[in-house]
Write a protein that binds this ligand. Sequence first.
Ligand SMILES: NC(=O)C1=CN([C@@H]2O[C@H](COP(=O)(O)OP(=O)(O)OC[C@H]3O[C@@H](n4cnc5c(N)ncnc54)[C@H](OP(=O)(O)O)[C@@H]3O)[C@@H](O)[C@H]2O)C=CC1
Ligand SMILES: N[C@@H](C[C@H]1CC(C(=O)O)=NO1)C(=O)O
Length: 327
Amino acid sequence: MTALRIGIVGYGNLGRGVEIAVSLQEDMELVGVFTRRDPATVSTVHEQTPVRSIDALESMQDEVDVLLLCGGSKTDLPEQTPLLAERFTVVDSFDTHARIPEHFARVDAAARVAGTTALISTGWDPGLFSINRVYGEAILATGCTYTFWGRGLSQGHSDALRRLDGVAAAVQYTIPSQDAIARVRAGEQPALSTREKHTRECFVVLEDGADADAVREEIVTMPHYFEPYDTTVTFLSAEELARDHQGMPHGGFVIRAGESSPGTNQTIEYRLQEDSNPEFTASVLVAYARAAGRLAAAGEHGARTPFDVAPGLLSPKSPEQLRAELL
Ligand SMILES: NC(=O)C1=CN([C@@H]2O[C@H](COP(=O)(O)OP(=O)(O)OC[C@H]3O[C@@H](n4cnc5c(N)ncnc54)[C@H](OP(=O)(O)O)[C@@H]3O)[C@@H](O)[C@H]2O)C=CC1
Ligand SMILES: N[C@@H](C[C@H]1CC(C(=O)O)=NO1)C(=O)O
């Protein structure tokens, strides 16, 4: 069987994770990394991984089956996904939840005209957690659904910080409210506002001459990312960031607490615990790359979300093997 030829667009935490994840797949091969920076300045996990300018994609349409787009959701993917969907089958991890409908529409328009396949918002949230929220609400029609993240490093929120003028480097940790979790687990089915479920802690290295108060204000008022939350901002040196904030663990869980009949309680829970958020997310993207290749081969054109992708398409096993081994 011909290996699925994968291209990585954008080489940061997620791109590095995809490079590793692809190397573990027997049915895939990595064509290379495509970056907006000078390729000579980008060092990869595996020294044999080719690194090219993103411009090289212009002439490589016939050399890549699926592009995995590893740019940031704040500013990269809104531009890159629809543009690259004009010529390639693409998979992204777009995670600005409030903007997913508009992202879907733009990518879908490009992919339909081009006759390509585009899977958007794959990952774990949006992604695996989204799927479990749908399962929960479809199965337990009466009930409440809750999502809690962390304590861990959100890549999307960290990326959003790094895009601000005056910010040289930054990370963001998401902290769930233990009181909110306790109330949910006690079966209260509480109505919880966004602010009551999580707080956000930002650690920011300023560029020389940057105005700390102005940066702080930009952060805490940032729509969708920080404005709906109680957010703290701590400024530190590049040395402190490198010393104290290297790991990228994360995780969380989705709970659907409901009733199948009055007084008969049912609970569905799906939990993730990640030593490395980027490596886990990359593993999800690579599984969806397999699905995207199959959907493209079947002539399924346009944009799709994880809601639209049958689980079996993610597996390297054949439908016959799945029925025999995992059903
Ligand atoms: N759906 C989900 O569950 C999840 C989604 N995500 C998404 O993944 C996105 C990417 O996260 P992450 O990989 O951590 O972001 P990074 O900031 O590490 O990388 C984003 C882009 O920035 C560029 N870049 C990386 N390093 C440098 C550098 N040293 N100097 C200049 N540019 C650089 C790269 O593009 P280039 O090579 O072209 O310069 C890269 O693609 C997040 O924004 C988030 O939206 C993440 C986790 C979970
Ligand atoms: N998209 C998130 C994945 C999860 C984590 C998260 C958060 O901490 O706010 N929201 O969704 C990420 O970029 O890490």
